[in-house]
Design a protein around this ligand. Structure first.
Ligand code: CA
Ligand code: CA
Length: 469
């Protein structure tokens, strides 16, 4: 972004900007003198937003790449009452260009924040302010976080955290995005979140909106991580033009921040096509496990790929009552890396005529027959089920010998008709006329070439109950 132009426009557009002074802005230029201190996997001079896609940037614009796992820049707070200290009555704007490589279910990845570093000499939850991306429904949503002083006797131990998150966001691996957040402390209705020049609605949670002042001290400013470098708080991707302003930048300025040739990136669900299952063993069900699906509540978006196979086995039925225990390369037991995809696939011989398929799954699932989805279950996006809902009565199985449906699983019935092959039609006619004739007359067996159907079930879940890990 051409900062000089943006600043000039802002100055002309609104006297309010006179109060919005830039405290710090890091552009990660190749020659930029900076007081930022790098820690961990930090790589400078990677390409930032550049023309022709982003015409407001220089052709050689550079950014910084962070590997996660605590990779960060740190900046010491100059002291008491510094430009980075915000309290009630102070307005704040946080903004950054972000290129997110990876976002896992439930993660909150720090772009920039003050406090909560885990440094000695400060209280643990001393978050003065933070701009983060938070995973919701597989999207990276713009999120703001600060902490107030805990109140003794509060009904819950986390009520001093105040988080606001936009209801929508962007997909990981979808290029550069501009995110921003404005807020005046003490006025919870003042919060605004921005993505690619658009103001998005959002909601407070945890401790909810508050008029209480945030915790403020002399703890450091961190870019890209928090909480002592916690991996689940560490940004994995590239950052550029990270800025902190005192005062709320006007809407006109934030709308102009994002200019991309072709408009904002739109992510769509990929076309629903049967994954390549490869050769399947004759007469067996091949079961495969794939860790780290992009999201637990949807299938792939355009441009995303199926995760590589983590493990597999072959079995005799389309049945998986629980996940096998996961071991690492050293044979040490460890957790599955959710969301985990499970596939069961086989070439099945089916008699002609209408067939019923029963599918049971606890989360996002779909049943394919000959390349067509015939049944699907939705992902788990609400609570319950969390183990605390009322226990439903145990239902009777649909057929003798079939297991009872497990609590929490959803059941779907799909019907599919398989026409007989031409050579088998006459034979089938004779056989079907003999209603109640079991077993099937042997005379019909040779010419009745039953059709082979390729049946597979895909199942993806955010996390599995503890006993299944
Ligand atoms: Ca830059
Ligand atoms: Ca301070």
């Amino acid at each position: 972004m051409n900062l000089a132009l943006a600043s000039l426009m802002a100055f002309l557009l609104s006297g309010a900007l006179a109060a919005a002074a830039t405290v710090a802005r890091w552009d990660f230029g190749a020659e930029e003198p900076t007081r930022l201190t790098p820690h961990g996997g930090v790589h400078r001079d990677v390409p930032g937003p550049r023309p022709p896609e982003f015409p407001d940037f220089d052709a050689g614009n550079t950014a910084v790449q962070l590997d996660g796992n605590g990779a960060r820049f740190t900046f010491e707070d100059p002291g008491t009452g510094s430009g980075f200290d915000f309290t009630n009555g102070d307005a704040l704007t946080l903004e950054a260009w972000v290129k997110l490589d990876d976002l896992r279910a439930g993660e909150n990845l720090y772009v920039i924040g003050k406090g909560r570093t885990g440094a000695a000499g400060f209280t643990a939850d001393n978050q003065n302010w933070a701009l983060r991306v938070r995973e919701q429904r597989g999207r990276a949503c713009v999120s703001f976080l600060f902490a107030t002083v805990p109140v003794s006797g509060a009904p819950k131990s986390d009520q001093h955290w105040h988080r606001w998150t936009t209801t929508d966001g962007f997909a990981a691996k979808s290029g550069w995005h501009h995110i921003a957040l404005t807020y005046r402390f003490g006025e919870p209705a003042s919060v605004r979140g921005w993505l690619d020049g658009q103001s998005l609605p959002g909601a407070w949670d945890i401790g909810g909106p508050t008029t209480a002042p945030p915790v403020v001290d002399n703890d450091a400013v961190w870019i890209g991580s928090s909480s002592g470098g916690a991996p689940a708080n560490s940004f994995r991707g590239a950052l550029d033009a990270v800025a902190v302003h005192r005062g709320a930048l006007p809407d006109e300025v934030l709308k102009q921040r994002f200019r991309r040739t072709g408009g904002p990136v739109v992510t769509r669900l990929a076309k629903e096509t049967l994954p390549d299952l490869g050769a399947l063993p004759t007469g067996r069900v091949r079961v495969t496990f794939h860790e780290k699906m992009p999201a637990h509540d949807r299938w792939l978006n355009d441009g995303e790929a199926w995760p590589a196979e983590t493990a597999h086995w072959t079995g005799e039925s389309f049945l998986l009552p629980r996940l096998p225990v996961r071991y690492d390369d050293w044979g040490i037991r460890e957790a599955w890396k959710a969301p985990t995809l499970v596939r069961l696939a086989a070439d099945v011989t089916l008699p002609p005529g209408k067939q019923r398929f029963v599918m049971r799954a606890r989360a996002l699932g779909r049943l394919w027959v000959n390349g067509v989805v015939v049944a699907r279950t939705a992902g788990l996006t609400k609570s319950p089920p969390d183990g605390e809902e009322p226990v439903a009565p145990v239902t009777e199985p649909p057929l003798p010998g079939v297991r009872r449906r497990r609590i929490g699983s959803r059941k779907l019935l799909a019907k599919r008709r398989f026409p007989p092959t031409a050579s088998a039609a006459s034979c089938w006619k004779r056989w079907s006329a003999a209603l109640g004739c079991e077993p099937r007359p042997a005379s019909c067996a040779p010419p009745c070439r039953r059709r082979m159907a390729r049946v597979s079930m895909s199942y993806s879940q955010r996390e599995f109950p503890r006993h299944c890990r």
